[in-house]
Write a protein that binds this ligand. Structure first.
Ligand SMILES: CSCCC(=O)/C(O)=C/O
Ligand SMILES: [Fe+2]
Length: 183
């Protein structure tokens, strides 16, 4: 993303544009699928993902002024940089929106999720969400067991989920403490 303070709902491409591969995203622990959103009720692929990953809970969240109580406040909160102690799993069945995630250099990567896109943000990753200029998304929210939606606004680096995220995804292999030299 660029660093401009313009409207958060604009694409915010860098100039010239830069794209990030899904492999690069998976190195940050961000997973994604493209599914058939017109058939989510009978979709075997979705069923398999839910079974394999233990996503027992499901509901829907529609983000638009008419459907979301306290819309303005929620929109503001979604765009505050935060983390969760569990995965954030969203399947866009209508509309679209941007999930921004921090990369290895603490720069923002903007992930545009559209109808049929499903994204998993790992526990402990700093991220935020905004609608795009179409101003509407309907997302299926999935969770392992009873859902906990609590956002922990940055900084919350002392949380075990954050420490585990850093250990699993941000620490370079072979990096860290040098071995002691013998006398
Ligand atoms: C499209 S679902 C609303 C965004 C949300 O639930 C969240 O936690 C964003 O980080
Ligand atoms: Fe979140």
């Amino acid at each position: 993303m660029d660093d401009s303070d313009e409207d958060q709902r604009l694409p915010h491409h860098r100039e010239p544009k830069e794209y990030v591969s899904l492999d690069k995203l998976s190195e940050l622990g961000v997973l994604s699928w493209r599914l058939d959103a017109d058939n989510y009720e009978n979709d075997e692929e979705l069923k398999k993902i839910r079974e394999e990953r233990g996503y027992s809970y499901m509901d829907f969240c529609e983000v638009c002024p008419e459907k979301l109580p306290n819309y303005e406040e929620k929109i503001k909160n979604f765009f505050e940089e935060h983390l969760h102690t569990d995965e954030e799993i969203r399947y866009c069945v209508a509309g679209s929106g941007y999930f921004d995630v921090r990369d290895h250099d603490d720069k923002w990567i903007r992930v545009w999720v559209k109808k049929g896109g499903m994204i998993v943000l790992p526990a402990g990753i700093y991220h935020r969400f905004t609608l795009d200029t179409d101003n509407y998304i309907k997302a299926m929210r999935l969770f392992v067991g009873d859902p906990i939606w609590t956002p922990y606004n940055r900084p919350h680096d002392h949380l075990p989920a954050r420490k585990e995220y850093i250990e699993n995804f941000l620490q370079e292999e072979g990096g860290g403490q040098a071995v002691d030299a013998a006398a």
